[in-house]
Ligand binder design. Structure first.
Ligand code: ZN
Length: 466
């Protein structure tokens, strides 16, 4: 007997409610609830994965002593950045969500990695592109760069263009892949749910089917998912709880640099980060990002300052560019790329109040080189210095960098991992670094071969710079 059950789902965050609501109690969005059929009541025949793996002989319980401890055998890809963000390779049976804006290069990254995997039968399920399109892309990737692509890997790479999960799992049963990549989860459709592809209940059901498959067969599955501009994973915020690992692929599509960030990982640290450069040959790993992100010019320009930041656990020296000009129109403009607009307004207010700089009649532009989005608050001091440098139209000294957070009363606050920042600055040939005086106490001075300038207030920064 089939029973139809429906529910109301917030299309923004996946919140489920028995009745329609005007405002979502979870994400505070208005008018986002849509009624979806949850179960058609059909028998789930393809749920049975017991025959797939021979290790299971019907016994579900296992004594703790029988479990072989030690490192799990991970699939190590040729991509060091990907391995690192996954915590040292792909864990068998894990479900991994790759979230990112459309067009940022998620498919390229996973296609190229799958093509380089040796001795691993990989199934790439595409609901977005045709087999010809993917073949063309794969040929382009491997013809432009012969590095790492082997014929063995290409033989083990299988493609399936299908969106219905039932035929997908039938193919999986025949092929017995060792790795599955789904591009994208929003295009899939399960016959057990009546709503359209991309709706919350569909995404949840399809992900659940893959989760069951991954756990019962020990096959790792990558789910590629598109996210909306504001950064939330469109619809399937709910997926974040179901999967073992969430990787976010981010970057400005106008720039070449991409960051692969670990947001959740059951098998490793969440502070890992991979950096890529998008080239014609695909995604290139950037093993020493600081060297590329700084355009060290001999003729210094005003409005440029270098920040010693930490992204995840990696020290990263980044160029901050500021432009302060006389405002032509009545309302001064504030424009930021890679930096938080509200943070800029706060820093401008601090400069106005503490230093008497009248930014109220100026247009202000802030740009973080490389199109990267920096979340580390230690970038404040560099932003402030770049603003002052542009305001005064005096360039800052060469080989000087900054690491400090700025508080509301103009105090320069201590930041974490100061020794790591100093070491990175030193490695890249910087001669001076400006830090908070509260950090200075804890700095390992013996090690530092670099002059450390310890300041307490924004006023002292101005005096030091000019
Ligand atoms: Zn919601």
């Amino acid at each position: 007997m089939s029973k139809i059950k429906t529910g109301f789902f917030c299309q923004n965050c996946g919140y489920e409610s028995a009745k329609w609501l005007g405002k979502c109690p979870s994400c505070d969005q208005w008018n986002t609830f849509v009624e979806e059929v949850v179960h058609k009541g059909a028998d789930k025949k393809n749920d049975d994965w017991k025959e797939y793996s021979s290790q299971r002989n019907g016994l579900l319980t296992i004594s703790l002593n029988e479990i072989i401890s030690g490192e799990e055998k991970r699939i190590v890809t040729t991509d060091a950045e990907l391995n690192r963000t996954l915590g040292g390779g792909i864990v068998p049976g894990s479900l991994i969500l790759i979230a990112g804006e459309p067009g940022i290069g998620k498919s390229t990254l996973f296609l190229q990695n799958a093509l380089k995997l040796k001795d691993t039968i990989t199934l790439y399920i595409s609901g977005e592109e045709s087999a010809q399109q993917i073949k063309m892309r794969a040929d382009r990737l491997s013809s432009l760069s012969s590095e790492g692509y082997s014929t063995n890997a290409k033989e083990n790479f299988y493609l399936l263009t299908e969106t219905n999960t039932q035929p997908i799992f039938q193919e999986i049963k025949k092929l017995k892949p060792q790795l599955v990549i789904v591009d994208s989860i929003q295009t899939l459709q399960s016959p057990y749910v009546d709503s359209s592809a991309g709706s919350v209940s569909q995404i949840r059901e399809c992900a659940a089917e893959f989760q069951k498959f991954a756990k019962e067969t020990d096959t790792p599955v990558f789910l590629i998912g598109h996210i909306t501009k504001d950064g939330s994973i469109a619809g399937p915020k709910i997926l974040e709880h179901m999967v073992d690992t969430v990787l976010q692929f981010e970057g400005d599509s106008n720039y070449a640099y991409r960051i692969l960030r670990t947001l959740k990982n059951r098998f490793g640290s969440t502070s890992e980060l991979g950096i890529y450069e998008m080239t014609a040959e695909g995604m290139r790993e950037v093993s020493n990002p600081s060297e590329i992100l700084i355009t060290q010019k001999e003729d210094q320009l005003s409005g440029v300052a270098i920040a010693a930041t930490i992204e995840g656990i990696r020290p990263l020296l980044i160029e901050v560019q500021a432009l302060v000009t006389q405002s032509v129109y009545g309302t001064p403009q504030r424009t930021v790329t890679g930096f938080d607009l509200r943070r800029l307004q706060l820093l401008l207010a601090v400069l106005e109040k503490r230093g008497g700089f009248h930014f109220g009649i100026k247009d202000v532009f802030i740009n973080i080189a490389g199109g990267l989005k920096i979340e580390d608050p230690s970038i404040d001091l560099a932003v402030l210095s770049a603003l002052l440098s542009s305001f005064e139209d005096i360039s800052l000294p060469l080989h000087l960098c900054f690491a400090g957070e700025v508080g509301l009363s103009g105090e320069i606050r201590a930041v974490n991992r100061i020794d790591q920042r100093i070491a990175e600055a030193e490695k890249l040939g910087f001669e001076k670094i400006v830090v908070s005086k509260h950090n200075f106490k804890n700095v390992n001075k013996k090690q530092a071969n670099i002059e450390i300038i310890a300041l307490g207030k924004v006023e002292e920064l101005y005096k030091y710079l000019f």
